[in-house]
Write a protein that binds this ligand. Sequence first.
Ligand code: DMJ
Length: 519
Amino acid sequence: KIRADHEKALEEAKEKLKKSRDEIQAEIQTEKSKVVQELKKKDSRPLPPVPLPNLIGINSGEPADPDIREKRNKIKEMMKHAWDNYRQYGWGHNELKPIARKGHSTNIFGNSQMGATIVDALDTLYIMGLHDEFREGQEWIDKNLDFSVNSEVSVFEVNIRFIGGLLAAYYLSGQEIFKIKAVQLAGKLLPAFNTPTGIPWAMVNLKSGVGRNWGWASAGSSILAEFGTLHMEFVHLSYLTGDPVYYNKVMHIRKLLQKMDRPNGLYPNYLNPRTGRWGQHHTSVGGLGDSFYEYLLKAWLMSEKTDTEARKMYDDAIEAIEKHLIRKSNGGLTFIGEWKNGHLERKMGHLTCFAGGMFALGADGSRDDKAGHYLQLGAEIAHTCHESYDRTTLKLGPEAFKFDGGVEAVAVRQNEKYYILRPEVIETYWYMWRFTHDPKYRQWGWEATQAIDKYCRVSGGFSGVKDVYSSSPAYDDVQQSFFLAETLKYLYLLFSSDDLLPLDNWVFNTEAHPLPVLH
Ligand code: DMJ
């Protein structure tokens, strides 16, 4: 049969080649347009209706205390400043350069203008009641957001910012266009999973579907925090479309990880998608590892605590992290270091500070009922991260800080002294506030708000600063999209009452986009 098929194909090819070059080209063209037409039809097909999950606490949050109300209004004003300037100088670009007053982009978004700030900011605008701005964003997305572009993007970043942002905007507003765009975009990410193991590439070309990994990642590896941070969004995509393809992709990743041996019970940051073997044995709860652990916990929460497999993986991972990575400094500060080939580096990243909130969020339901222990651990991490802010001139935290040779929670290297409007410390303050109502978290959040407004605000928006220990730091001239998606949203929530997006009904993705618990 194989020989017969082969001969038939040869015959057909010979027949084709008898035609003139122009004829052949015309035939290819016709075939191509047929495929494009089919795809277009498929793209605009309405999605099957599904019952919406319980969407409560979308329009609440007004605090009773006038002082807190005033603070909340100030944060809303900062959001308006960030948005209005992006609207004026960077509209449609991925991000804004607030000093040069023009658009900005980085390689994670590829080379096309995908309006990352618009998509990332939508749900923050919505909960703040900035409805005109929300509508402007919606209109831009409807008319201009196009994924058929020859552009190589980061699968992880596009998932957490775009798919997460679009899904949250859909659930909050009920506007179908966001769901349709999220599903279209997800379809463009699927070819990234075509690897020998099913562990996706870090980057994919949205048009050709060709994927590859970052050149700097250990021997062609994919990154744990990237391929391990797709679960929440992909489960929602399957829920909304009725198509199991997305769910199957992320469950396959989980099953594969579950089967693998882990050195000291720790997950290395690197995994080779061709061989299925770990790369360098580095483990981090900060960059390269962070949101993988976060998504194990959140998969469980999002499933109304029925996905016990995810909870077990989270508990096992956290136990190993506590044993090997968490230490107390000489000055009594609890920190989370980085594991490098059997050696603990006594350094903590700003990114790692999100873990305080994660420990608090995971306290309830923890193994051996260690809820009190994990809430306490969350509080200790919050305290350490606050110290990293408090020990600077600007009262803003550095990118990384050490606990070594007499140094406590301070950055040592010049290239670790910057603050790029990151949210993780404020994120932890907010979770700790929700679980304890200790007023110090609001006080710390307010300190950070004032510092951002004083040192990062410029007339064209908000910018990162290059050295938090200098009294006159240089600006980096980037208004990151996560400043609108996360930093300002967590601050706003910190000064809202708890009935706004209650944690029993909503789970925030790693870019602070709220997704409802699926019953
Ligand atoms: C965000 O894009 C996400 O929170 C991600 O998980 C890691 N860091 C940035 C912001 O610092």
